[in-house]
Design a protein around this ligand. Structure first.
Ligand code: SF4
Length: 555
């Protein structure tokens, strides 16, 4: 039942009327009339259907032929966003109309479920980057790859090449089941509780590109990891399955729902349920069904699952899940244990359970390029078995390296400026797309993050504490600012001459892991972009000078 509840508003069961939620646009209580323009667009036509128009009309007739409701709506269902016109400063982001910000080029997101790639796939990703995306290819903090400068004319050919090697852009964006995060070391890590890969594959098979689930109230983010390192940021996903050992039933997953960041951040809640591997896809289907049917569709800024979970609480959510979607009780289960290590990115050289090694490495703020990706594929073929992973921290990993091959692989990566033993600054700094390409951005992020890393490495060569510095170009949270030690939220700030310039609101002391919590917005503390290295250096030096034995940065 879980994966096939009826989607059509007309066919949805007439469930009880709830006075409290009247007018929230919840299908399950009979509110099918679209209450905003986005809901109307989705009702008019399924976002998945835009693919045919791209292939048969838009790619042939060009950018100007694109229907506006496809351009700024349905094209996301296939991973396409218009990118920001170059040269528009952050001060004008909020005042210009969308069509004034739109460039004729697109960002295209390739979903990499579980972060799993083969070298053959990586070669194609690199080739597409060089041929169609001016060499761009960023690794995102959701394990995806993002291109920029894509022309609509080239999209069908890009799809053909990606799909020929088993990659896709299906539902990489939009109000859909987005990429499923997975532990990048699933199946190989010595300390693994269990391998979630079969569940990710089953979820993908049943729910991605499925019209029953292609009109959700908002995006739906998910994660599955059996790693004790808690390496998929499970607390900030709409649904997450986290590896635990049940005292009677053995390895399985602890079920979390309702996490999410953006402007109203919430840590997900545990439902107290233990889910065996073979039932993960059923439970995923039940949770996404609750979201589709009960999710709030009236206001987009209240549509994520976290708002429903906050209103209902864990107990009621679990009850509805069991009674109306699963038709059975879930097994009670334990919480995950506190991870021993602070870094969760798998960077460095690590022994696998089969005796070979995996080698994780760090570009700067997830920025690579097509030529580099092609060289990484070559190195992985020379030294490993052809398996590559992306991580949820904008890093990459080569798997299956025999011990004697490790030094040569490390040297090859370092020659590409991909650090296997990076400074804490390179390792812990992430940045979103920012003003270079994002229409919502107020500040520059990627280049700023890269230069911040270089500055901190020069100024603080002895600093050896894990520290996370997450840089966002606007109040959204694509780079997870609220859960970083130092979170930087892009906005305009006033400089010493009284002029409005690019800068950041500072949040300090956020974290993920079992001590998960949001950073404190430091009242009134804003820094200009130019002051950023001085400010971060001061914060880190003060910590070094004042820390007590065993204290880590965020405490
Ligand atoms: Fe764009 Fe803001 Fe997201 Fe950065 S955080 S990618 S600027 S929407």
């Amino acid at each position: 039942m879980a994966d096939t509840p009826s989607r059509s508003p007309a066919a949805a069961p007439a469930r009880r009327k709830s006075g409290r939620h009247r007018g929230e646009g919840q299908w399950a209580v009979g509110h099918f009339t679209p209450l905003n323009a986005n809901e109307q667009v989705k009702k008019d036509d399924d976002g998945l259907n835009v693919r045919t128009r791209i292939e048969t009309i838009y790619s042939r007739a060009g950018f100007d032929s694109i229907d506006p409701s496809d351009l700024r709506g349905r094209m996301r269902w296939w991973g396409l966003y218009t990118q920001r016109k170059p040269g528009i400063d952050g001060g004008r982001t909020a005042v210009l109309a969308p069509e004034e910000l739109d460039d004729e080029f697109f960002m295209l997101r390739v979903r990499v479920d579980g972060g799993r790639l083969t070298t053959a796939q990586l070669r194609v990703i690199g080739e597409v980057s060089q041929e169609f995306a001016r060499g761009t290819a960023d690794i995102t903090d959701r394990q995806n790859i993002q291109y920029h400068w894509i022309r609509i004319e080239d999209v069908p050919e890009i799809w053909r090449r990606l799909e020929a090697v088993g990659l896709s852009t299906t539902e990489a964006c939009g109000d859909t089941p987005r990429v499923i995060l997975g532990s990048p070391v699933a199946g190989i890590a010595e300390d693994e509780i269990l391998d979630g890969t079969p569940a990710i594959e089953e979820i993908h098979r049943r729910f991605i590109g499925n019209p029953e689930f292609s009109n959700l109230p908002r995006k739906f983010k998910s994660a599955v990891s059996g790693s004790p390192l808690l390496d998929v940021a499970h607390e900030i996903n709409d649904v997450a399955f986290v590896g635990v050992r049940h005292p009677e039933h053995g390895p399985g997953f602890d079920l979390w729902v309702g996490g999410g960041l953006s402007t109203n951040p919430r840590i997900g809640v545990r439902l107290g349920a233990w889910v065996p591997l073979e039932e993960v896809a059923d439970v995923y289907g039940a949770v996404i069904g609750v979201f589709r049917d009960y999710g709030y569709r009236r206001l987009r800024n209240r549509a994520r699952l976290k708002f429903l979970v906050a209103d209902w609480g864990a107990e009621r959510f679990r009850q509805v899940l069991e009674d109306e979607y699963l038709g059975r009780r879930l097994t009670d289960g334990p919480a995950p244990e506190q991870p021993v290590l602070r870094w969760r990115d798998h960077v460095g050289v690590h022994r696998q359970k089969d005796g070979r090694f995996y080698v994780g490495f760090a570009p700067r703020v997830g920025r690579v390029d097509g030529a580099t990706l092609t060289k990484i594929a070559e190195l992985a073929e020379q030294h490993g078995s052809g398996r590559i992973r992306t991580t949820a921290e904008q890093k990459m990993i080569v798997l299956d390296v025999p011990e004697e091959q490790v030094p040569s692989l490390v040297a090859g990566l370092e020659a590409l400026d991909l650090r296997v033993a990076p400074s804490p600054f390179r390792r812990g700094t992430m940045a979103c797309t920012g003003i270079e390409f994002c229409k919502l951005a107020i500040t520059e992020t990627k280049a700023r993050g890269a230069s911040l890393i270089d500055e901190l490495e020069r100024r603080l060569p002895e600093f050896d504490e894990p520290v996370t510095i997450n840089i966002n170009g606007c109040p959204n949270a694509c780079a997870r600012i609220q859960v970083a030690d130092i979170g930087l939220k892009g906005q305009l700030v006033t400089d010493e001459r009284g002029e409005q310039v690019e800068g950041f609101q500072v949040h300090l002391g956020g974290a993920l892991g079992l001590e998960a919590g949001f950073g404190r917005k430091v009242r009134g503390l804003k820094v200009t972009s130019a002051e950023l290295p001085d400010y971060v250096e001061r914060v880190l030096r003060r910590f070094q000078a004042e820390r007590t034995e065993g204290e880590r940065f965020a405490q």
